[in-house]
Design a protein around this ligand. Sequence first.
Ligand code: IVH
Length: 680
Amino acid sequence: MQKSDTEKKIQQRTSLAVSRRVQKLRDEIARLREAYHTKNAPNVTDDVYDSLNRELRTLLVQYPEFVDENSPENRIAGRPLDKFEKVKHRERMLSLNDVFDKEELRAWEKRTKKLLNENSKIGYFCEVKFDGLAVSLIYKNGKFIQGATRGDGFVGEDITQNLKTINSIPILLNEPHLPYLEVRGEALMSKKTLLLLNSKNKKAEKQLFANTRNAAAGSLRQLDPQLALERHLDFIAYDTFGLKNHSLNKHSDKHEMLRSLGFKVEKLEAKCNNLEEVIIFIRKFEKIRPDFPYGTDGIVVSVDSLDLQEVLGVIGKAPRYMVAFKYPAEKATTIVQDIKINVGRTGVLTPLAVFSPTLVAGSTVSKATLHNLDQIERLGLKIGDTVVIEKAGDVIPKVVEVLTKMRSGGEKKFVMPKICPVCGGAVKKKNVAEKTDTSVAYYCINPKCKAKDERFLEHFISVFEIYELGPKILKRFKDEGLITDVADIFTLKKEDIELLPRFGEKSAENIIREIGIKRKVKLSKFLWALGILHVGEETARDLAINFGTLERLIKANLDEMNEIENIGIAVSKSLYNFFRDKNNLNFIKKLEKNGVIVLKEEKKKNNKFSRLTFVLTGALSNMSREIAKEKIIALGGKVAGSVSKNTSYVVAGLEAGSKLTKAKSLGIKILSGAEFLKMI
Ligand code: IVH
């Protein structure tokens, strides 16, 4: 079928847009690569670089007409600096292809098996992928004679003098001596050393390092060995070449050999009989990773047999017998397609960045709150901008940076709407006091705004923890006239709900049961649910503990409220006025009449850990042992010096020793520093 003129025009336009985007991506990637590999730039993060690369690769698969053999993504990273002597590598220093999930790992196995014409099992070897600087060490007759960086893979820089300052690089190898040996590994800075270095640099107002890799690179790729010495670097060996007359069969044998020669080789490694075991190792390390002493970004998985490695060989710059499993990035790049407005419970207008679904920290996200106009201005964000989003763990994603170099000129400035996008009511600007300063917020001032009503309903129900009633169901109840306000929820009957299309008897029953259970709440929760201006969860708790009952709080005067610790004048005024408003008092009466029971708040101290005994061992990466002890005691728990069958938990940090072994043998629950932090 012939394409219409309009279709052709659209195609030309998208083709032009794609070609521009490809060029922008190439330029930015090249700039980051240059900064990263040759200038030791502290602010470049792997995640951003990888994310831009991924977008480029995806675009080139969709639009192969823009593939260019000579463009930077087809060249190996890094080139030697001029200030060091150049070293030609005897064996090219390769890179690894990345896989990001189980499926990609399985696809790699499938390709490997096909290449080997092998249907039976392949033995794998898993090891930690360290995030440092790859170096090659040359030994002649057992003596360290030269050390070099990877450079462009063919030619690196001679950094022998700096490497000699690293204690874990043996100057002389253990016997038997070998005429020639090359050892490859990662030069690293531990997380602890980086923390100390950065705090020292901060005091001296010097530049800080973004991660352990940049710190290691920055320390080794400068010309002063004294400075390298002060940086307390480490070296971990992972591969060796030149063992011509040795009868090694496996990659894992190489690790054993490196150990016996006197190298530090990471003990966390695994020989695996199949891919399932590989995946188990990957998951196991993922848990340890936050507390691991060194920065890591994944697991290197290799076909263990050296013969099979030989058969599989190298394609381009990467071997086919090895892949890097990368843990999910906590930062990614995306394009802000729009900035929408969310109207909150108090009428506050919150701008929301909307982007195409992007994978970050293991989940796909398509929205991020921008908080307020100040934030947009601080970021310098425009609609259409390429941005860096960050999501650490369970935290809601946020826009942390705008990549202004990626602009095409078509970006649009965001303006706050003059009227509420939900009800069309007037929008007013107000100064809001925050913890340390004030910011400007925009509010819809229509008290009857539908959005406010809906958000209040959702807030109230979520504080009451009535999980069966999600926002969509609440909206339907309201639209169908089942409820006029949240108090009506508590008089709903099974029959009312059953009649609605798509609600069966079972779901109606569940909803009614849940409402019945959750209608009793403590005063602190009730106050929080009321959505009084300035009364959040914490303030509600302080008020409830001090007043005990709702009656006392309603009758309290401003002075009585003000006397309470953490309650300022703004909170007192807001509370006092709230309880002087007839509508609010009637609403509370209606709730109580409909079956809500407000329980008296007990003045009890936090006893979350009562009857629990903890043993602390090893260095916790996220807090000192003293702090951990304080926290346990504050929560009513005990800290013991040794492990026994009465121990409830062992919190194990780095280099945990005999206590950990004993805990394991007694089957006592072991917590990592991160798990403990979550618990408290
Ligand atoms: S094996 C074929 N093992 O990862 C080259 N590499 O992306 C890979 N790396 O340049 C060598 N830990 O700097 C290997 N246990 C490990 C590693 C490791 C970190 C780095 C190395 C290399 C890069 C490849």
